[in-house]
Design a protein around this ligand. Structure first.
Ligand SMILES: *Cc1c(COP(=O)(O)O)cnc(C)c1O
Length: 419
């Protein structure tokens, strides 16, 4: 369910005309629907209404502070993976007592920032990290809430680059190792054991991997409690998939039902770290066709958005629906939709059946709200594009387009090159 709809053959985001926004701010641009973002957050949170829970939005999927503010106002927390994300979340007004910090490579300065902010817990991914967090908390005279990120060794059945819960992945600590690590943590002076966490991967479209992971964590919690180690939070990570094309992921309510039923009496507060399922279908990328051409019978639409703006097709071979912003009833043809960047991996769609396009026309790349802008770069010295938030019939620039000065900010030519 989202609020991108056609009215009289013209695409609208809520009641705002996409064509008009593109005319006023230029292309390419990211466009999010406020109503959709809020709705997705509420649907997810309400699905777990019958159990104590915190929804910690995965900042990396869509990091704009205005968007983080929307979820903060809905009572949400965040899942962080860097000091930069912590900075953003604080700026957005997220309550630190609803922040969890994941990631295999937390630096000491980042750990310090999180300790000072007073986050709920670190999802610790190694023995050495556990020792480091204890040591830093000691130096600062603060307490560190921790959970271990357990690698449950389940196959999420997703793309290899976004699968994280298999034993060969770099993430977390295996079940046996985590038992040892918890026993060790229980002896550390500056650490409070709060929970157990896992995150098995992204764009997961089946329930079974989540339930398998839950089963393994339940068993671990039982063993920990037997040893007198109290566990108050069970963090099941994110990863619920969305429909980009033909996928049929469980609806958040089915996901919640299955998890609540499988968990039984846990006596824990659940934490979830959804990213994609909240923002994925709440944002689009709007791009203009620069040229069309035909090479050896193959047709191309060259658009002004490149892989630096949306890297998912080039990086993971991901599918994004591409639609004309103004429907003109053109016959369908097969083409590649490619960007201006000097890489063959710079495409938004390959061999796609879609209505024929012409120079100057606007296209909407759908389901681009997650891992879209947040993964964008300046490659080819392209200024990063604006982010727009539509609400009802109005829209707001929540990140302005970068310019050439932004591109060279911080660069310096050393003196010896000036003489
Ligand atoms: C990326 C990530 C998430 C969010 O994953 P989605 O598939 O976007 O829901 C949650 N938790 C952790 C630890 C992550 O690395």
């Amino acid at each position: 369910m989202n609020y991108f709809q056609y009215q009289n053959q013209a695409l609208y985001c809520e009641e705002a005309s996409v064509e008009q926004i593109a005319r006023e701010v230029g292309t390419p641009l990211y466009l999010y629907s406020h109503r959709t973002l809020r709705q997705h957050f509420r649907v997810f949170s309400e699905a777990f209404a019958e159990v104590p829970h915190i929804i910690c939005f995965a900042v990396k999927s869509c990091s704009n502070t205005a968007i983080l503010r929307i979820f903060a106002r809905e009572g949400g927390g965040v899942d962080l993976v860097s000091g930069g994300e912590l900075y953003r979340a604080l700026k957005a007004g997220v309550d630190p007592s609803k922040m969890v910090y994941s990631g295999v490579g937390k630096r000491e300065d980042e750990i310090d920032l999180a300790l000072r902010a007073g986050i709920l817990m670190f999802n610790v991914e190694s023995f050495q990290e556990l020792e480091t967090i204890d040591a830093r908390a000691g130096v600062l005279g603060l307490r560190a809430g921790i959970g271990l990120r357990v690698n449950p060794d389940v196959d999420p059945g997703t793309h290899a680059h976004i699968s994280t819960g298999l034993k060969e992945n770099k993430f977390g600590i295996n079940v046996e190792g985590s038992l040892l690590a918890y026993r060790h943590a229980a002896k550390l002076k500056n650490v409070d054991i709060k929970g157990v966490s896992c995150h098995i991967g992204s764009q997961v479209t089946k329930m079974a991997p989540f339930i398998d992971a839950l089963g393994r964590l339940k068993e671990l919690i039982r063993r920990l409690r037997e040893e007198g180690i109290a566990i108050h939070y069970l963090d099941l990570g994110g990863g619920l998939g969305i429909t980009y094309n033909q996928e049929t992921p469980p609806h958040p309510s089915e996901y919640a039902r299955a998890i609540i039923d499988a968990s039984g009496e846990m006596d824990c507060t659940f934490i979830f770290e959804p990213g994609r399922v909240i923002v994925g279908n709440a944002g689009i990328l709007v791009t203009r066709v620069l040229y069309t051409k035909e090479n050896e019978g193959k047709r191309f639409a060259i658009v002004d958005a490149g892989m630096n703006d949306l890297v998912r097709p080039g990086m993971y071979g991901s599918f994004h629906q591409i639609q004309p912003v103004i429907q003109r009833g053109q016959e369908e043809i097969t083409m590649d939709v490619v960007g201006p960047i000097c890489e063959s991996g710079d495409f938004l769609a390959k061999g796609r059946r879609m209505p024929a396009v012409e120079r100057g026309e606007l296209l909407a790349v759908m389901s681009a709200g997650a891992y879209g802008f947040s993964m964008s770069s300046n490659y080819n010295s392209r200024p990063r594009i604006p982010e727009i938030l539509a609400r009802d019939d109005r829209w707001y620039v929540i990140r302005k387009r970068e310019n050439c000065e932004d591109l060279v900010r911080g660069e310096e030519i050393p003196d010896f090159l000036n003489t």
